[in-house]
Design a protein around this ligand. Structure first.
Ligand code: MN
Length: 212
């Protein structure tokens, strides 16, 4: 597990984001940050092996099991990043506002490391907004590819809600650390994020990189 790429992308004299370092103990934390970078997205992060495994979710989570949300797997972030809320300065990587949209703890269903490697990670979330069973599943592409497309899917359980009745991102827009909100901007198109080409720099790949 490495935070090299995370640290490489940032100038810590200019951004208040935390410098990447490994924690002393694991607490199975999860966090979802709403991030108004060049394209608005939600960063879904799970503590595993001393870092936050991270996925950029353009539309954010849905409580509707039929509403599968594109989740682009991006580089590991430091555990301390889970508390970051603020504005990444212009000209810095991911410039724009960040709020902590949800946080709490998570539990794997089965072996988390094996699931993560295999591209199917089943888990339970105990957050302030999100609860119950969820699955992260890799769509295609090879393991270790820089921008793997995955899907974030709500399990069918008591916490599920039909999209026609309820949208948690609309109903619960505020930070869980403060009363801050982020004004909605255009989201990345799921089609652009879904397209994947392991050889060429497609628009989708550029978009995925931007949303990290
Ligand atoms: Mn982001």
């Amino acid at each position: 597990m490495s935070l090299k790429e995370y640290n490489r992308k940032r100038d810590f004299k200019k951004t208040q984001e935390p410098k990447g370092q490994l924690p002393k103990q694991s607490r199975n934390r999860f966090v979802i940050q709403k991030h108004a970078a060049s394209r608005l997205h939600y960063d879904f992060r799970l503590e595993l092996d001393g870092t936050l495994k991270s996925w950029a979710v353009p539309k954010g989570p849905s409580l509707d099991p039929g509403d599968k949300r594109m989740a682009v797997h991006v580089e590991d972030h430091p555990i301390d990043y889970g508390r970051f809320e603020g504005t990444i300065p212009k000209g810095q990587y991911g410039a724009g506002e960040v709020i902590v949209w949800d946080n709490g703890t998570w539990q794997p269903v089965g072996d988390a490391r094996a699931g993560h490697r295999a591209g199917k990670l089943k888990l339970r979330l105990d957050g302030k907004k999100l609860h119950g069973g969820w699955t992260l599943v890799r769509m295609h592409g090879r393991e270790g590819e820089r921008q793997e497309p995955w899907l974030l899917i709500k399990e069918r359980d008591d916490e599920a809600r039909p999209a026609s009745e309820y949208d948690v991102t609309v109903a619960e827009p505020k930070s869980v650390l403060s009363d801050r909100t982020i004004a909605d901007k255009a989201t990345a198109s799921p089609r652009a994020a879904a397209a994947d080409d392991s050889k060429q720099k497609t628009p989708a790949r550029r978009a995925a990189r931007k949303t990290a």
